[in-house]
Write a protein that binds this ligand. Structure first.
Ligand code: AMP
Length: 526
């Protein structure tokens, strides 16, 4: 293969780099500017370092570090050397790290200096040959070693199907699985999103997402690089800081929690957002209320899109046409979505079914899990996302939730999202998560976990209040039989409600008693 046929993702992204190598790429909080030229040179040093450590194309490089410019150099260095980048959430502890190292057998593990002792122990146990450190300030043995290498490197030739990254699924419901993404998968998605979201000259991305997840690492960084744009590259999301940086940006990508927190900032005004071109949300459902409030406050209509670790983005609201709150828009160009019943037959418009997806971005499979991979694809090559959704008359898709979250009570299906929306509509409710509680009689019973507003006189809402507000409005079997009140719903870093945590709390009985006792009479209402 000639280098012009090189499908290495770095080569694909490089096409978008500005002709002027001094043009800014990363604008760091300490006013340090990393130009595109430096990015290219530094990624070469990291690629040379990897080669010197014996990292061959296809070898895994596991990385558990904070978000820094050096972490980006390392990611790009891995791509250039043909290594498979394996980022880990910094929140992961012994149990998770052990699993990833054993499962992925990386050649190099890059950790934070403060977790060196644990990382060393686990790397030795998993026979990982090399361990280097990268600190929050970009220092440590990794950067030190890279600095000793040449700043030029001939990017390794890769085919589209060669692996570029393994991302472990967030595991809010089960053990994380390694989703294998190829150079071709990532390039296809980057090119489509770059075009669809209208990236243009003059764009500046405000980047506040973590980079151990597809959203911040792939969707955000790839769009900016492909556009040759600068990124205001912040170590983490901070609502006040985001508001202050908006006048310097044109595009923002966030999870719904970020939007809720932005709205809590009095500084979020039309004027502050006047130079913004686009706000994008995804990774978890954006409440219609947040969508509406954001529009009223800023004049901007958030563009919601949907995707997952196993392939990046699958659908998006349109850029130029109507963006509908509560929906995730249409399949991306080149992507086909089917919504089917459990037998695989397409459901009618408006009916809820399982979402299947096919497209060049859809992952290669789960790392070392050929059986699981086979199970998750249909015979004609559609990936079973595990999400449930429905299509409206105009083709907009609405996500109803994970199929595993579906509650079956007395043989009847209840979609948690439908009930969550109903409960959210009751005055005094801030937000709700609906889960199934095991029940010897009905299999499961609908259980609501509610965050309520408190008024000056104390608690304003009771379990009875919520249940009676729903009775007569929806079928009896859908009405929660129990309501728990919490101050806050447990969420992971990507803003997803951790229903498994709620389930465990309910199961273990490790919960403050519900406002009123469990009443058998309500079960009979089914
Ligand atoms: P992850 O693999 O961590 O990116 O999680 C992917 C899952 O997040 C999807 O399978 C959906 O269940 C959920 N998700 C992502 N985007 C959205 C969205 N816009 N609305 C609702 N759920 C979403």
């Amino acid at each position: 293969m000639t280098s012009s046929g090189n499908k290495n993702l770095y080569t694909v992204l490089q096409v978008g780099f500005p002709a002027d190598s001094d043009a800014a790429c990363l604008l760091l909080p300490n006013n340090v500017v990393i130009s595109y030229g430096i990015l290219h040179q530094e990624s070469a040093r990291y690629a040379n370092l990897l080669v010197s450590l014996g990292v061959q194309p296809g070898d895994r490089v596991a990385v558990q570090v904070e978000k820094t410019a050096a972490a980006v150099f390392l990611y790009l260095g891995c791509l250039r050397a043909g290594a498979v980048f394996l980022p880990m959430n910094v929140a992961y502890q012994r149990h998770e790290i052990e699993h990833f190292l054993d499962d992925a057998t990386p050649r190099l593990f890059v950790c934070r200096p403060e977790s060196r002792a644990l990382a060393g122990e686990l790397a030795a146990k998993a026979c990982v040959p090399h361990l280097l450190e990268l600190g929050d300030d970009g220092g440590g043995s990794l950067a030190g070693s890279a600095a000793e290498h040449q700043d030029t490197f001939a990017t390794v030739i890769r085919r589209g199907e060669d692996l570029a990254a393994i991302l472990y699924t967030s595991g809010t419901t089960g053990r994380p699985k390694g989703a294998m993404l190829s150079h071709g998968n990532l390039a296809a998605n980057a090119q489509v999103l770059h075009r669809l979201w209208g990236f243009r000259s003059g764009d500046v991305l405000l980047h506040m997402l973590p980079i151990f997840h597809a959203h911040g690492l792939f969707v955000a960084i790839h769009c900016a690089l492909l556009n040759g744009s600068p990124m205001l590259f912040e170590p983490r999301f901070d609502a006040g800081r985001a508001v202050s940086l908006l006048p310097r940006a044109t595009v923002f990508m966030g999870v719904p929690t970020y939007y809720v927190r932005l709205l809590a900032e009095s500084g979020l005004t039309r004027q502050q957002c006047a130079g913004m071109r686009l706000f994008i949300s995804g990774s978890a459902p954006l409440l219609k209320e947040t969508f509406d409030d954001f529009k009223t406050r800023t004049g901007h209509t958030i563009l919601e899109r949907y995707g997952m670790t196993e392939g990046g983005m699958f659908t998006s609201n349109p850029y130029d046409d109507e963006r509908r709150g509560g929906t995730v828009g249409f399949p991306l160009p080149g992507t086909t979505i089917r919504i089917v019943d459990d037998a695989g037959t397409p459901v009618k418009t408006g009916e809820v079914g399982n979402i299947l997806v096919k497209g060049d971005q859809v992952f290669v499979g789960y790392w070392r899990m050929p059986e699981k991979t086979r199970e998750e694809f249909t015979e004609d090559g559609y990936f079973k996302t595990g999400d449930m959704g429905r299509l409206d008359d105009n083709g907009y898709i609405t996500i109803i939730g994970r199929s595993r979250d579906l509650i079956i009570t007395g043989g009847l299906n209840v979609y948690p999202k439908e009930i969550e929306e109903m409960v959210d509509g009751i005055p005094g409710v801030v937000e709700t998560a609906v889960i199934g509680r095991p029940d010897p009689d009905l299999g499961e019973v609908v259980t609501a976990v509610v965050v309520r507003q408190r008024n000056e006189t104390g608690v304003s809402l009771t379990e009875t209040g919520i249940i009676s507000a729903l009775k007569g409005t929806i079928a009896g079997f859908k009405v929660p039989k129990q309501v728990y009140f919490v101050d806050e719903l447990p969420r992971n870093t990507m803003g997803k409600v951790q229903k498994n945590v709620l389930q465990q709390k309910v199961l273990s009985g490790n919960w403050a008693a519900p406002a009123e006792a469990y009443d058998e009479g309500r079960i009979r209402d089914n």
